[in-house]
Design a protein around this ligand. Structure first.
Ligand code: MF3
Ligand code: CO
Ligand code: CO
Length: 251
């Protein structure tokens, strides 16, 4: 993990802000009856209008501008003809490239009225991201983030996904280190001041195995729960400092 220069940080701030704006904008359109393809177009048009591009289109063959992961889909849900219905929960994950740098963020959005259990699952994923971010201090390790996330999730009675997680980010979309949602304090790569990573825990209702689905024409795979139970996730891109990290993907 190498520190960003002051110039790089300024560009990461810009990319991060834009990703956050695109996510907030797109989220306003979430309602019963809309398709995920429509959300994809809304997001992509917004990103292009800001002199940026989606990092996802063509990334290892990925076909769409954003990821839309509904209910039992853990991540990398591909926008298509699926129509949102009341009671669904959807994660929208947006990554932009602006001035050569990536900003990567995701949030959950409820569709109409949702169940108390779905609310609790979303709140758990939100809190898990907060807990992970709190542990992301220079000198700590990726294991400190994972430990904090897993502890938070376990205490709420849910399950943190181990196979997938956060990543270093900058000019490259996914780079070292891997940022796990489990781990041991003081283990894993060290977090370096002015390094940039994502924290993006995925939280499942149950500990059932996860399943990987092919995305035609792509090396990226979609992840779903094997038992059909639901999953939630929130993601921020952050800048590591000596104290509280700076959240780059906020408006
Ligand atoms: N945005 C996802 C992440 O948080 C990656 C999506 S890659 C794609 O790392 F190709 F599926 F878009
Ligand atoms: Co990410
Ligand atoms: Co993302």
């Amino acid at each position: 993990m190498t520190p960003k220069t002051a110039n790089d940080i300024r560009k990461m701030e810009e990319a991060g802000r834009l990703a956050a704006e695109a996510l907030a904008y797109t989220g306003k359109f979430v309602k019963a009856g809309i398709t995920t393809d429509e959300l994809d177009k809304i997001a992509n048009d917004f990103i292009l209008s800001k002199d940026a591009i989606s990092a996802c289109i063509g990334y290892h063959g990925y076909p769409k501008a954003i990821c839309t992961s509904i209910n039992e889909v853990i991540c990398h849900g591909v926008p298509g003809k699926r129509i949102l219905k009341a009671g669904d929960i959807i994660n929208i994950d947006i990554t932009v490239i602006k001035n050569g740098f990536h900003g990567d963020t995701s949030s959950m959005f409820p569709v109409g009225e949702i169940s108390e259990r779905a609310k609790a699952l979303m709140e758990c994923a939100y809190g898990a991201r907060e807990a992970g971010i709190e542990a992301a201090i220079a000198g700590n390790c990726t294991g400190d983030i994972g430990f904090a996330v897993d502890k938070y999730v376990t205490r709420k009675g849910f399950f943190a996904v181990r196979e997938i997680g956060g990543h270093g980010i900058g000019r490259i979309f996914h780079e070292d280190p891997f940022v796990p949602s489990f781990g041991k304090k003081g283990k894993g790569p060290k977090l370096v001041k002015f390094g940039t990573i994502t924290v993006e825990p995925m939280v499942n209702e149950t500990g059932a195995p996860i399943r990987e689905l092919e995305i035609p024409g792509s090396e990226i795979t979609e992840f779903v729960t094997s038992d059909g139970k639901w999953s939630a996730q929130y993601e921020h891109t952050i800048l590591i400092t000596d104290g509280k990290p700076q959240i780059l993907t906020q408006i």
